[in-house]
Design a protein around this ligand. Structure first.
Ligand SMILES: Cc1cc2nc3c(=O)[nH]c(=O)nc-3n(C[C@H](O)[C@H](O)[C@H](O)COP(=O)(O)OP(=O)(O)OC[C@H]3O[C@@H](n4cnc5c(N)ncnc54)[C@H](O)[C@@H]3O)c2cc1C
Length: 379
């Protein structure tokens, strides 16, 4: 029987980053993925690094997003150094374009909200926005510049994180899906794979939107897939430095000249097919925001499944089963939240404490809602 200090179910960017952190602490770490690691949401993502809330429900996540974002430059430097691979980190800011006729009111509301949350944001007149980003539509009426935000090539990042985890000593196993947790009494003794058991002092569930399918996990991580369809475009004559947003779309320039456009949010089960309607929606919103994209070549289309939770917030930390932790439910922000997630899990395991307030994200919050009872103390 294989024996580890830590067994991680899921080798996406979250499982990989946790493995790297813990292996660097000298722990024996095994990552078990049901397929080739790094091919799900972490591959399909857009890689925007923005702690700003997309809607009022996401305000609860801002502090954690800021803490994670602040760690990004150091995280990227470490991953690149250990793996020897580039991650395509672009700390060039983001720009949100506004189309409404009442831009003045909208701008002052957005700027006040950002400043209240300690986020840097500057109002721009339409002509100033177009001077910075000439690809923007002439219909844009104003814009918000968030100069400190960034993006990263999530496919490159995920590959680099997995390589860095391995080079730090973690073992990564492909084609080894977890069927269940290995539970004995109130303790978790490891993972049950298809044909073997893996023994571990600590077991971490990081299987993205598939986590709830692992027997014993649904009460702690009732996640479901939220499909996002994406398009990669190439437009040789179009200059784009920053991530551009509108209410309907984001455009993400990559270092290799591609521009990603996305994404739909659909609750369609585990179906990862792209559809004519989904891609049409993405393309028409992309062209509304940057009309020059009408001439762009379509290089690739794909869809991925975000791990969404009932309150759309991540699910992080210890459960009431000894030795069992969750690191999932990152929904639309898992790339942003990777450094802080890895750090929190490392702190829980090596120090049995966390330096960031995580209570809001506890895996016990769904159980207590279902039972109408108070939280039990985490193991
Ligand atoms: C279209 C799209 C756009 C996005 N844009 C952004 C963005 O701009 N910024 C941002 O921060 N986030 C974004 N996200 C969200 C982000 O990509 C995810 O939150 C993040 O990648 C989740 O990482 P993960 O490692 O938890 O999950 P995944 O990457 O899905 O990895 C889960 C892993 O678990 C494995 N697995 C599944 N079942 C089992 C099992 N039973 N046993 C073992 N292994 C198993 C899978 O094979 C997979 O490798 C986007 C997501 C999508 C789909």
């Amino acid at each position: 029987m294989k024996k580890f200090d830590v067994a991680i179910a899921g080798g996406g960017v979250i499982g990989g980053a946790i493995a790297m952190e813990l292996a660097r602490e000298g722990l024996r770490v095994g990552v078990f993925d049901r397929q080739q690691p790094g091919q799900e949401a972490s591959w399909a993502s857009a890689g925007i690094l923005s702690p700003a809330p997309e809607n009022p429900g996401m305000i609860a996540m801002v502090e954690m997003g800021k803490a994670s974002f602040a760690r990004y430059p150091e995280f990227v430097a470490r991953v690149e150094e250990i793996s020897g691979k580039s991650t395509g980190f672009r700390p060039k800011g983001t720009l949100e374009a506004l189309f409404s006729n009442d831009t003045k009111t909208e701008l002052s509301t957005i700027i006040a909200l950002h400043h209240g949350l300690g986020l840097k944001a500057e109002p721009l007149r339409a002509e100033d926005a177009r001077e910075l980003e000439p690809a923007l539509s002439g219909e844009v009426k104003g814009a918000v510049l968030r100069p400190e935000e960034a993006s990263i090539d999530n496919r490159a990042l995920t590959a680099a994180v997995l390589e860095a985890a391995q080079r730090s000593g973690a073992e990564i196993f492909s084609g080894c899906g977890a069927r269940a947790i290995w539970r004995e009494g109130n303790g978790c003794k490891g993972l049950v794979l298809q044909n073997e058991k893996i023994e571990a002092q600590w077991t971490i569930i990081a299987a993205g939107c598939f986590s709830a399918a692992i027997e014993g996990i649904a009460p702690y991580a009732p996640v479901r897939p939220a499909k996002g369809q994406m398009v990669a475009l190439r437009a040789d004559d179009l200059k784009m430095e920053r991530v551009l947003w509108s209410e309907k779309i984001y455009l993400v320039p990559r270092n290799d000249g591609r521009i990603l456009a996305g994404a739909t949010v659909e609750y369609a089960g585990f179906d990862k097919r792209t559809t004519a309607g989904g891609i049409e929606k993405v393309l028409s919103a992309a062209i509304d925001l940057a009309p020059g994209l009408a001439d762009a070549r379509i290089e690739e289309t794909w869809a991925g499944l975000r791990p969404d939770s009932p309150d759309h917030l991540p699910i992080l930390g210890p459960t009431d089963i000894d030795g069992l932790l969750m690191a999932t439910g990152h929904f639309r922000s898992g790339i942003l939240l990777t450094p802080i997630t890895a750090r929190l899990i490392r702190e829980w395991i090596t120090e049995q404490r966390a330096s960031v307030d995580w209570d809001r994200f506890s895996p016990l919050r769904f159980q207590s809602a279902a039972e109408g009872s108070a939280h039990r103390a985490p193991a």
